[in-house]
Design a protein around this ligand. Structure first.
Ligand code: HEM
Length: 509
């Protein structure tokens, strides 16, 4: 009896230990064989547990790891016990567009969770009404008409970029040109443009030829956001992580935000009329159409969305151009034959240059700055994506990088061939690109949450490339070539130095 009493707690403890050890095993068996997604193709390790996904996210290799899995298991892929990703053109329509008689697929809160009391921003608002309310107010700032009024601002910074690079290149004495890491210069330009377009004050990166401290800090916080998202899959880890954040880091984060709040406030206090984005947010009586917290949060996130993305495409495109000198030569010829002086290079004049547009389209295909579309949730009651029925609540994403490089959809899919975007490619059945699925390339996304800044982005990319190639000759440096396929992703692409040899143009058009 006494022995029984002594053993009882051990028995209960033993039972608890056995259950604790058996639970993960049961879970793995359930996930692999009995889960509603058990029939969706995918590697057993990723289907059994969330861990391989989180590990790839932390390492920054998620986009490339999933690309390999897509090539092995096909375009519909289970990447976690409860999550499916797609690398098929139809996924753009099924997940991101609104369909009559179907509920909208909303952003997955795991990636967009706000701290309690924090205001919504345009990008983080999940509720369609809240999102539409913010988007409606900003829409007039992003029309082609608004862009025409914004052109002098964009031109000013592109000219300053050329001026600054001209100073560097002129330092070369031997006529061989200078070696320059041009990647930060693209960032300087796009952040300065957004600073001026958004708040009426540039970040002065081009002025000082270095990053504004706000931007330097931003790169780390995007990476940190990727780690925080990873932690959210394990609530205990998230809780501990949040508890461990040192007060100094929290203060740094608050100061970072406060700088944007101050910029917004300074701009709102201005009496001067200027055609920037903020001018569309203020009505004739000087009132703003949204709570100030939402304006601050939106401009905070817009600064990244509107600058880092465009700089990444410029970087990737120039990298491919120097790697494919024959393509670079065609573009140089187009630019130098079209323009006889730098002043002729206006937005209207660059809009219809066929090879320039083809080069940028190819750059967007191979170097999408948003290489995977963060998950949406299948609406309550379930729905079908790319012919596969999925239960309500399932997170579904789209692998932009994998899709854009899929040999099933593109001829010589991994090669930089701007010709696939010229009009002959879609009209001439003898073109090797005739069967390319060009509509699969949607770097700005589609539907109610598609990129608002695409006109501005195209304008910046066209002007920067044209003015650079009109002024300078570019060359790759042997042994220092950047391999785009090796870059890591932490929500956005982590850029590496792009070292090129530059000199003042040697031939005229
Ligand atoms: C090449 C450059 C760019 C690319 C490839 C790009 C791509 C994208 C993509 C894919 C999204 C959708 C993200 C999602 O729903 O998860 C997006 C959203 C957005 N982008 Fe861009 N973007 C670029 C430049 C810009 C610029 C220059 C601006 C503004 C100046 C901008 C403003 C926005 C805004 C406001 C949204 C949020 C739209 C919404 O949720 O309603 N983007 N962008």
């Amino acid at each position: 009896m006494v022995l029984n009493d002594c053993l009882a707690p051990i028995g209960r403890l033993g039972m608890a230990v056995v259950l604790l050890l058996a639970y993960p095993l049961f879970k793995v068996i359930y996930n692999l064989y009995f889960h509603p997604l058990a029939n969706v193709p995918g590697p057993p390790s990723w289907s059994a547990s969330r861990f391989p996904f989180v590990w790839a996210l932390l390492k920054g290799t998620i986009v490339h790891d999933i690309e390999k899995l897509h090539r092995r298991y096909g375009p519909i892929l289970r990447i976690a016990p409860d999550e499916v990703t797609f690398s098929k053109p139809e996924a753009w329509t099924d997940i991101f567009q609104i369909h009559p008689d179907h509920q909208q697929f909303l952003k997955d809160p795991i990636w967009w969770k706000r701290q309690p009391g924090q205001p919504d921003s345009l990008l983080s608002a999940i509720n369609p009404e809240s999102h539409a309310r913010i988007r409606r107010l900003l829409t007039p700032a992003f029309t082609p008409r608004a862009l025409r009024a914004q052109e002098p601002i964009v031109q000013r910074y592109v000219s300053l970029l050329i001026e600054r690079l001209h100073e560097r290149v002129s330092e070369a004495e031997d006529g061989k040109g200078v070696e320059i890491d041009i990647a930060p210069w693209f960032n300087y330009t796009t952040f300065d443009i957004f600073g001026d377009l958004g708040f009426g004050e540039s970040f002065n990166c081009l002025q000082h030829s270095r990053y504004h401290p706000w931007i330097a800090l931003l790169f780390n916080s995007v990476k940190a956001a990727s780690f925080v998202a990873a932690a959210r899959f394990y609530p205990l880890v998230e809780f501990l992580l949040m508890k461990c954040v040192p007060p100094s880091l929290k203060k740094m984060q608050m100061d970072h935000y406060q700088q944007i709040v101050d910029k917004v406030q300074r701009r709102l206090n201005w009496e001067l009329e200027r055609p920037d984005i903020m001018s569309h947010v203020i009505n004739k009586n000087g009132e703003i159409g949204l709570p100030i917290g939402e304006i601050n949060a939106t401009f905070m996130i817009l600064t990244t969305a509107g600058s880092e993305t465009t700089a990444t495409v410029l970087c990737g495109t120039l990298n491919y151009l120097v790697t494919y000198p024959d393509k670079l030569a065609i573009l140089v010829e187009e630019v130098r034959k079209t323009f006889h002086s730098g002043d002729e290079i206006t937005l209207e004049a660059v809009r219809n240059l066929p090879y320039l547009n083809a080069v940028i389209s190819e750059g967007l295909r191979l170097c999408p700055p948003v290489p995977w579309m963060l998950p949406r949730r299948v609406p309550v009651g379930g729905d079908t994506v790319c012919g596969t029925w999925l239960p309500g609540g399932t997170p579904v994403s789209l692998q932009v990088y994998s899709l854009n490089r899929d040999p099933a959809y593109f001829h010589s899919a991994s090669s930089f061939l701007p010709e696939r975007w010229l009009s002959e490619a879609s009209t001439d059945p003898n073109s090797p690109f005739f069967h390319d699925e060009r509509r699969a390339v949607q770097p700005f996304s589609v539907g109610p949450r598609a990129c608002m800044g695409q006109h501005i982005a195209w304008a910046e990319m066209r002007l920067v490339l044209t003015k650079l190639l009109w002024t300078f000759d570019f060359e790759a440096i042997e042994g220092k070539k950047l391999k785009w396929e090796e870059l890591r992703t932490f929500l956005l692409v982590e850029k590496k130095p792009l070292e090129v040899r530059m000199k003042l143009r040697s031939i005229s058009g």
